[in-house]
Design a binder for this molecule. Sequence first.
Ligand SMILES: Nc1ncnc2c1ncn2[C@@H]1O[C@H](COP(=O)(O)OP(=O)(O)OP(=O)(O)O)[C@@H](O)[C@H]1O
Ligand SMILES: [Mg+2]
Length: 439
Amino acid sequence: MSTAALIARARRAARPQLTGSVVGAMGLTLTVEGVAAAVGDLVEVDPGPRGLMAEVVAVSRDRLTCMPLGELGGVHAGAPVRNTGMPLQVPVGEALLGRVLDGLGRPVDGHGPLGAGSGGGIDWVDLASETPHALSRRRVDEALPVGVRALDTLVPVGKGQRLGIFAGSGVGKSTLLAQITRGTEADVRVIGLIGERGREVKEFLEENLGPEGMARTVVVVATSDEPPLVRLKAAFVATRIAEGFRDQGRDVLLLMDSITRTAMAQREVGLSAGEPPATRGYPPSVFAMMPRLLEKAGPGATGSITGLYTVLVEGDDHNEPIADTARSILDGHVVLTRKLATTGHFPAIDVLESISRVAGAVVSPARMADAREARRLLGALRDVKELVEIGAYQAGSDPLVDRARALSPVLDAFLRQPLEDRTAPDDAWSMLHRLVTAG
Ligand SMILES: Nc1ncnc2c1ncn2[C@@H]1O[C@H](COP(=O)(O)OP(=O)(O)OP(=O)(O)O)[C@@H](O)[C@H]1O
Ligand SMILES: [Mg+2]
């Protein structure tokens, strides 16, 4: 543990302890009297092994308003409350690799306490962290291969980039994240599964990710049945763990599934704290939370966090407020379409609708030229698709279209990639080069 952390711990221990009590519980909030605490502190209701943790969200002269990090069931007026004197503590460090944690950073994989095994390597830090200052950040200038051909060549990810994966439900967002986790060259992967169905989490961990995906990976899970504050915290806990690795100078890939469900958790928290709904039922705090969360990823002074965030576009409406806000903050987006998914084209990436704003900075000019040519061919195919379908396209009327049609099966084979298949980036680029220079 660092000296600063030791001093902070000693200072907390020296503080007078006051025990107060619950005076009310309503909706998602608890009112407590008789405890001195600061906003952000954790208090414990009914201290003991089954104690309920709650976070102080508002203070007045003699009262605290707290939000529980667990179920409120069973809490009665008069229940004793103790201030822990510190905000939520998050584990960071090497010993987290291969582990599955809950939304508050506690292990849930049945592999024992954290750091008990190989040589410890766990530090406890405050959940809140300093976002690197804009001017201290390096630029995104190096590619981070993810092992998926369509992405590595046509929508390249840069170290420290933040990219959204936009899609309707069931189009293959989670599966693509698993494929990237297995295929990436990042040193460390941190996955936040926020608001997913419980059944899906098990399937994701065991089938999609598998043991090879779990190595060098930390997973933070808060399923849809968890209290909203826990789901919201989980996104920040996963990000804090990624920051811990970044501060060691590592290149971290942070995958968040999904930012939409994180925003929904913030909506529940905001509304129950009395905020007014603003845009389509989302209170203002949602639009304040999103940049706070997403800005934490990016390159640091050393190391980097590359963030991939899935965004659910309901009813395939890409102008929904959460999708819109995410798009404005992120440096690129990958669009998955139902049309491709229903024809069995996986990953269902609509390359023409997807862009990486850092492509020019992370890819050599020669490779960029190949990528541009591939996009030109795909664009030509899209433009005449309907004519071809009704048999109105006459071969020979446009040489580019003819060439694109001839290459269409190879293009298709290049873009389709089974979940278990990983292509090294150099191989993907030479495949693409052969493809666009053929014929
Ligand atoms: N690469 C793939 N290869 C084969 N099938 C796939 C692939 N990706 C997705 N699928 C199919 O699509 C289904 C949904 O995929 P997935 O759970 O990844 O979608 P999602 O967008 O995360 O869904 P949700 O919105 O419910 O979270 C899978 O159960 C599978 O049948
Ligand atoms: Mg999913």
